[in-house]
Write a protein that binds this ligand. Sequence first.
Ligand code: ADP
Ligand code: MG
Length: 546
Amino acid sequence: MIGPAIAAAVAAGLAALPFFVSDYSLGLMIGMTGYVTLASAWALFSGHTRYISLATVAFYGTGAYTVAVLNEMMPYPAVLTCAAAIGAGLALVVGLSTLRLAGIYFVIFTFGLAELVRQVITWYEVNITGTLGRYIFLDITARGIYWQMLALAAVTIALTAFIRRHRLGLALKVIGDDETVAAHSGINLARTKLVAFTLSATIITLAGAIASPRWTYVEPVIVFNPTVSFLTVIMALLGGARSGLGPDDGRRAVVPAVRMAVRQLSRHLSGASWPALHRRRVSPAGWHAGHARQVAPVNEKGAGMSMLEIRNATKTFGGLAAVDRVSFSIQQGEVAGLLGPNGSGKTTLLNLVSGALPPSGGRILIAGRDMTGKRADLIARAGVARTFQLVRILPSLTPEENVMVSAVFGAVPHWGEKAREIARAALARVGLDGHHARAAGDLTYLDQKRLELARALAAEPKLLLLDEWLAGLNPTELKEGIALIRSFSETGITILMVEHIMEAVRALCPRCLVMNSGALIADGPTGEVLADPHVIAAYLGEVEDA
Ligand code: ADP
Ligand code: MG
């Protein structure tokens, strides 16, 4: 833990260094501070979300080039402001168009971006201005550059620490673990990613602008050097990208980044090639340790109102109608069972209601509001919570954080101690108290199911969707599970539960709906529905097929 007093002393010490060192050392220090800034800014977005960005040099180079173009036209502070604005603008455009890409596609796009920006600038310079290469005439000393970069590094580290304690930090972590869960907990995926990406890119652009006077002569090939992007990723990963640069483990992140920066600079100055240096200095064990650290877990009441109304809902996948013109409505406080053979469309129907999938046709009204085709986060905030047929928890977050997420982003937003209280209460309710510290990924299957239920509860939902939550439990656990769900229904939550276990359906659901091949084939009191020859035939059909 780095206290504010120590941080201030370290900053003062670093700021005083230029008075005691040679020009050569000052050059090294500028490079190091620059890479600490780049790695921290990179980790601000990519560290938590795990969207590995190779766009660093696209923004860094843009910053440098902005200074090269504008340095003789306006005062220096205005040049920096323009650079930041251009960086933010570029980040918004890039972010809006690419943050839907996942995994390797995002990596490749960001890599291509630097090349694209370089080509565009080269084209512009050759065809429009008729020049290629520009001089930067600024009377900024090496010390001046160092102090600016140091200030930017300090701001980046402070901002990172702030974000980690802010809703944004939690949202980014959740997105990094599971975007589907994030959306279903009420997190606006696009906005969250865009804000973090833009902040990160703006800092990186400013770093490029601040460093640019060191070059004197600037050309697209020089400033858009992809090595910058790769080095930034390597440093951030070695530092523990998910740890960020917060006060808790700041040293763990800063020290390796500084070490890498020193190596890189000494390479530049000695002329040794990067791969040779890499072989000499970084042992394979070091690599694995760095990677392991990065991937390891950081670890209403009022009857008579229609809570859910589905009108002719349809979902087609290619030619197959997984949900075929289904209509029904569920009153407030009702507990309804949704039955049907495997593949009959039950999960798909829940997906339409929760916003995981947009319907191909029909309408879905929640508490009287038309939510057809709305995003999952909006539906979550309208009071819908769900569990998933294949249990989905946030493995690298603690159980408490897992549950806090829906208290923070759900229908009724809370923050700080209040959110924590709600999370603890929900954990206790499902029998998971005493698991506070561990990573959720370490929990047993049953406990993960409980955790998922606690997360749904902490959202204080009006409508709870359960997708075979009781599946896979042994007889004792099943009894406990049934009692648990009954205790929720007694508080007035409306429940729609997909369930195969008839014992549970009879015990919990006065009403049953049955689907077969996408269509609703029965709806009524459970006893009658289960005795219906059509329903029996649908189930028998499945037995015969099997
Ligand atoms: P159930 O939950 O009743 O077992 P599902 O809703 O999971 O059934 O599936 C209904 C049908 O829709 C199945 O034939 C399944 O293969 C198909 N299906 C479900 N989701 C998708 C998807 N994302 N893409 C294509 N087909 C799907
Ligand atoms: Mg299913």
